[in-house]
Design a protein. Structure first.
Length: 298
C-alpha cells in the first residue's frame, strides 16, 4: 500500500431553516496519515480526538472495517496517525468528518473505487442525514435531500462573506439536541418553515445576503426548540447583528453559533466577541471548497 493522507473538513449544518438539508464545509480539518504495517499502530495528536484504548473501538477504523466488509474484503492492519482541529460535539460535524474519513480509508486501503455518489449514500446512512456529510465529502455549500430514488444534491456557489464561529467550552451531543425536537409539525408551521428555507436558498443564489441573513434567523424547524439548550443564544444573535453581521444561526445542533458577515467585517466582530465571551473560542473561518482530499505520500 502506498502511504496516503486523508483530509476531511469540518461542516456546519442547517444554516437556520435548512434543517437536515443544508451545510457548508469549513477550514478546520481531520487528517489521517496511513501506511501499511504488520500490526495496528494508532497515534493521535489532538485534544479534539476521543481517547483510544483499543483499535476495535476506534470509530474511524470500525467504519472502515464495516465498509470493507460490505465489499467482502478484510481491512488490513495499518499505521495510522491522526490529527484534528474539529472540536467534538460542538455542532461542527466532527462525527460526519470521522464517517467520511472511515469511508475514504476503506476505499483507498482496499482499492474499492467507490464513486462519490456511493460514498455520499454510505455516509448518509451512517450519519442519518446528508447535511454534514455532503459538504464534508464535496466541499463548499451543499443542499441535499434523501428521496426514494437517491440522494439529490446541489453545490451552490456562495456569495462572498466572512464566517464567524462562537464555540463554547461545553459540548452538546447531537443525539441529545435532536431529542428536543417535536416528532411532528402542523401543516401551517411546516409550510411556513419550508417557505423560509426556499427564500433563504433563493436569496443566496441571487447574492442577496441581507435577505439571506434575515431568513436564516427565522427558522421554525429546530432553533426555537434548541435555543434553551444553547448558552447565550439570544445575546449572540442580537449582538452579532448590532456588530454588522447579516445573520447568526446554530451551527448544526449547536452549541456553536455561526454568523455570516460582509467580507472584511469578520475580524472586528471576532475581536468584539473575544472580549464579550472570554470563555468561548471565537474564530474567523473560511469556507472549504475541496471537501475530502486523498493525497499519496512519498
Ligand atoms: N475523529 C473522531 N474519531 C473518533 N470519534 C469521533 C471523531 N469525531 C467525532 N467522533 C464521535 O462523534 C461524537 C460527536 O458527534 P456529535 O454528537 O454528532 O457531534 P458533532 O457536532 O461534533 O458531530 C464524539 O463524541 C465521538 O464519539
Ligand atoms: N441536521 C442535524 C445536524 C447535526 O450537526 P452536528 O454538527 O451537530 O452533528 C441536526 O440539526 O440535528
Amino acid at each position: 500500500m502506498t502511504p496516503f493522507r486523508i483530509r476531511v473538513p469540518a461542516s456546519s449544518a442547517n444554516v437556520g431553516p435548512g434543517f437536515d438539508s443544508m451545510g457548508l464545509a469549513l477550514n478546520l480539518y481531520l487528517t489521517l496519515d496511513v501506511s501499511a504495517s504488520a500490526t495496528w499502530k494508532i497515534e493521535q495528536h489532538s485534544s479534539h480526538l476521543p481517547e483510544v484504548t483499543d483499535v476495535d473501538n476506534h470509530y474511524i477504523v470500525t467504519i472502515a472495517r464495516d465498509i470493507a466488509g460490505r465489499w467482502n474484503q478484510e481491512f488490513p492492519p495499518c499505521k495510522m496517525t491522526v490529527w484534528s482541529d474539529i472540536p467534538l460535539a460542538r455542532g461542527l460535524g466532527s462525527s460526519a468528518s470521522a464517517i467520511v474519513a472511515g469511508i475514504e480509508l476503506a476505499d483507498q486501503a482496499c482499492a474499492l473505487a467507490l464513486t462519490r455518489e456511493k460514498k455520499l449514500e454510505l455516509a448518509t446512512e451512517m450519519e442519518g442525514h446528508p447535511d454534514n456529510v455532503a459538504p464534508a465529502l464535496m466541499g463548499g455549500f451543499v443542499i441535499s435531500t434523501v428521496t426514494d430514488r437517491a440522494i439529490d444534491w446541489v453545490q451552490l456557489p456562495m456569495p462572498d462573506a466572512d464566517v464567524i464561529v462562537y464555540i463554547p467550552e461545553a459540548g452538546l451531543m447531537t443525539e441529545a439536541a435532536r431529542k428536543a425536537l417535536p416528532d411532528t409539525y402542523q401543516r401551517e408551521l411546516a409550510a411556513s418553515a419550508s417557505a423560509r428555507s426556499n427564500v433563504l436558498v433563493a436569496s443566496l443564489a441571487s447574492g442577496d445576503f441581507h435577505l439571506a441573513g434575515n431568513m436564516m434567523e427565522c427558522d421554525l424547524f429546530h432553533e426555537p426548540y434548541r435555543a434553551e439548550l444553547i448558552p447565550n443564544y439570544d445575546d449572540i444573535r442580537s449582538e452579532a447583528k448590532k456588530s454588522g453581521a447579516y445573520g447568526t444561526v446554530l451551527s448544526g445542533s449547536g452549541p456553536t453559533m455561526m454568523s455570516f458577515a460582509p467580507t472584511g467585517k469578520g475580524e472586528s466582530i471576532v475581536s468584539h466577541f473575544k472580549e464579550l465571551l472570554p470563555d468561548y473560542q471565537v474564530a474567523l473561518l473560511q469556507i472549504d471548497h475541496d471537501g475530502a482530499v486523498i493525497s499519496l505520500q512519498g
